[in-house]
Design a protein. Structure first.
Length: 265
């Protein structure tokens, strides 16, 4: 892939750093970050120059807003005087709609909203992308080119982003919670914490790799492990008895509801 002229990242926190680390080999990357501590860290680790927002906007036609939701309005106010419809704004902030950004900046600005997840820090994210009212198909391709460096990408309608947030955005939290429970349960049946953690982590990693490799459904693979009357069957029956499936549905519904409550439209 040919190098893009430049991309600018506003916000050098965890997600901004993940984008910088993944994209620096492919694009010319500029960063704007207000924290002096983070400025020093990013400069030392990535040898990147820290720019003012105005300079970044002058250098870059593609600007990634990687600030936290509580700092988002401040970033939009700083950018507004320097952004035109020639710019593409890519947002990674949870709960901030493309419409909100378009209204705040004006000038028929082109916006693509993204929802990456935590594995972006190891280039294993899954990122959903949705275009705003003035964004073009080429803008989606540009955003995909950036986030493909962080893992896999998927284009969705913006109306689905809250559901995406509940599924993959929050998903790593559910996985880590399940791993916690399995490690604790393994300790209660007699394993040490070290052995339990090792077994659980490798089981999750191996199972995910198997699922991606053999292209069978989770249900089909579960059936291969679950012999009637065997140990897995005994455990799965307990999950079913306590309606684990319904618990997951309720949990996802709660996450969607909260995403809608936090949304700025």
């Amino acid at each position: 892939m040919k190098k893009m002229k430049s991309i600018g990242i506003v916000g050098g926190g965890n997600m901004g750093e993940a984008i910088l680390a993944s994209c620096q080999k492919y694009f010319r990357v500029y960063v704007s970050e207000k924290s002096l501590e983070r400025q020093r860290f990013l400069t030392k680790k990535y040898r990147v120059k820290i720019d003012k927002v105005s300079d970044l906007a002058a250098k870059c036609s593609v600007i990634v807003l990687a600030v936290k939701p509580q700092d988002f309005d401040e970033a939009l106010v700083a950018l507004k005087p320097f952004v035109s419809k020639q710019h593409l704004i890519i947002s990674v902030a949870a709960g901030i709609t493309t419409n909100y950004i378009e209204k705040k900046i004006g000038n028929r600005v082109r916006v693509v909203r993204t929802m990456p997840n935590l594995p972006a820090v190891v280039q294993k994210a899954v990122t959903a992308l949705a275009k705003g009212r003035f964004a073009k198909e080429q803008d989606l391709r540009t955003a995909s080119a950036v986030f493909d460096r962080l893992g896999k990408t998927l284009i969705v309608e913006e109306g689905l982003v809250d559901m995406v947030t509940a599924t993959s955005g929050s998903g790593p939290g559910y996985v880590f919670f399940l791993m916690e429970q399995m490690i604790e349960a393994a300790q209660k049946i007699g394993l040490s914490e070290k052995v339990a953690a090792h077994l659980v982590i490798e089981t999750f990693a191996g199972s995910a790799h198997l699922l991606k490799t053999v292209y069978e459904s989770p249900a089909a693979l579960r059936a291969k492990v679950t012999s009637k009357g065997g140990t897995t069957h005994a455990a799965v029956e307990v999950f079913k008895k306590h309606k684990m499936g319904k618990i997951f549905v309720k949990a996802f519904q709660a996450a969607v509801k909260r995403a809608k409550q936090l949304s700025r439209r």
